[in-house]
Design a protein around this ligand. Structure first.
Ligand code: ZN
Length: 462
């Protein structure tokens, strides 16, 4: 029987006994909910992942007097990378600064050029070491691009370059196709996040081939351009659209307009009656699928590709339907609050024009900052970093420092895996090394990926 590969968000019970310990340590508990890529046919996958999580060697965390400042002592810590003597030489974003400055306004793309990355280091929001880690991750991603220009979550794909040399290849026993538009979109976002576009920079050919792959995956329809790919989902469509939108926003390459307009039209058509997006067009929604579509739509707007006027307001109503009565926490498919879905909800509300100073927003952001980053759930970490960055929350630097130290200590340094990440937990185990590496690169790029939304003009008028 054919296996349908799902990128699905599974929720597990929040709260419970583990929370107190997590709070004390400043890490979030492994029990936080998070998105997940899983094989639908592998019903026991989660149980296996749970066992693996339980058996994993815990990260040794020493608590400093400041609860939010932790020192991570990982047994796999790598030596400090060589600190380059020239930040401009080391931080070579692919595009020149002038082409990246056009969108410098609230919520717009940040200065991802070498100068922008250097400025992030100078401000303390990033470090030479974290930027070297980004570059190492991009090198790994480039080495794992297929000949057709796309990427696959399956590193043991017989058509891929890895051939399973890296561990944690997301092995699929039934040889089912994977949502390659999602994998390709995620990889492209990591390159674009460091300013590498298809027009300039050392990875221009890599990015160009990735975009070429996505273009080849499009399925024209009466409702626009479908980028779900064969046996894919709205994850594939949303993430691929998001990457194309970023490429267009960064470069203004008009050759991308028709494709992105078609993808935007399809996203609007696929919105369900409640205002959210589900696994398939019109299907029951959840906050993770909805977030990818909104990010794609918002980014497309930067080059004046707009969705119908009711799409974003309806999306906001859907996100609000997932909020608790106090509107300071958000759930996955229901208002039952979760930590990771709260981070997603807060990011979306900031994009909807809400301000961090609003009581319910402050309470939600404080919760994220107080809980701190997760050592294994990179999906939560990604959105938490975005929420704290966009709101310019006072806890963002401590949160980022803790997470940055952890990622620097856990990045693989040897063999085919050098530059990649993989965490043994219920989500990383089934998302695989490609998913984890792309997300970690995006996390480290947060300071310069976007201009903070707070204190700027509202991006939406609702
Ligand atoms: Zn490999």
């Amino acid at each position: 029987m054919a296996v349908v590969l799902l990128l699905a968000m599974l929720t597990v019970g929040g709260g419970g006994d583990g929370r107190g310990e997590a709070l004390r340590l400043g890490w979030t508990s492994d029990e936080s909910d998070a998105p997940l890529m899983r094989l639908e046919s592998e019903a026991n996958e989660l149980e296996q992942a749970d066992e693996a999580t339980a058996a994993a060697e815990p990260i040794q965390v020493a608590i400093s007097p400041d609860q939010m400042t932790l020192q991570v002592d990982s047994p796999t810590a790598k030596p400090n990378p060589v600190v380059p003597d020239s930040p401009l030489r080391a931080l070579s974003g692919g595009s020149d600064a002038s082409s990246l400055m056009v969108n410098l306004a609230g919520g717009r793309l940040g200065d991802r050029s070498g100068a922008g990355r250097s400025a992030a280091v100078a401000s303390g929001a990033a470090t030479f070491e974290s930027e070297a880690a980004v570059d190492d991750a991009l090198r790994w991603l480039a080495a794992h691009q297929h000949n057709d220009g796309g990427w696959s979550f399956r590193l043991d794909d017989p058509h891929g370059p890895c051939q399973g040399e890296c561990k944690n290849p997301l092995k699929n026993p039934d040889d089912a196709p994977t949502p390659r538009t999602a994998a390709t979109g995620l990889a492209l976002l990591a390159f674009l996040g460091a300013g590498h576009t298809h027009q300039s920079g050392e990875y221009s050919e890599t990015v160009r081939r990735g975009i070429y792959f996505l273009r080849g995956q499009q399925l024209p329809s009466d409702y626009g351009v479908d980028l779900r790919s064969t046996q894919g989902s709205m994850y594939g469509h949303g993430i691929a659209s998001f990457a194309l939108a970023e490429a267009f926003a960064l470069t203004g390459d008009e050759d991308l307009r028709d494709l992105l307009e078609g993808a935007t039209m399809y996203s609007a058509w696929a919105q369900n009656r409640q205002g959210g997006w589900g696994y398939q067009p019109g299907g029951p929604g959840d906050i993770t699928l909805t977030a990818w579509q909104i990010m794609a739509l918002k980014t497309a707007e930067q080059r004046e590709i707009s969705s119908p006027t009711d799409v974003i307001p309806r999306a906001k109503q859907y996100v609000l339907s997932l909020a608790n009565p106090e509107r300071n926490r958000y759930g996955y498919k229901t208002p039952e609050p979760r930590l990771s879905t709260t981070a997603i909800g807060l990011v979306l509300m900031l994009y909807f024009g809400h301000q961090p100073g609003e009581t319910e927003m402050t309470e939600g952001l404080d919760w994220i900052a107080f809980k701190g980053p997760s050592p294994t759930d990179v999906y939560y970490d990604y959105y938490a970093m975005l929420a704290l960055h966009h709101s310019q929350h006072f806890g963002r630097m401590d949160f980022a420092r803790t997470l940055r130290d952890h990622l620097l200590a856990t990045q693989a340094t040897e063999g085919h895996e050098a530059g990649s990440w993989h965490f043994v937990d219920r989500y990383g185990s089934v998302g695989g090394r490609l998913y984890t590496t792309a997300m970690c690169a995006l996390i480290l790029q947060t300071p310069y990926r976007y201009v903070p939304l707070s204190g700027s003009e509202k991006p939406f008028k609702l």
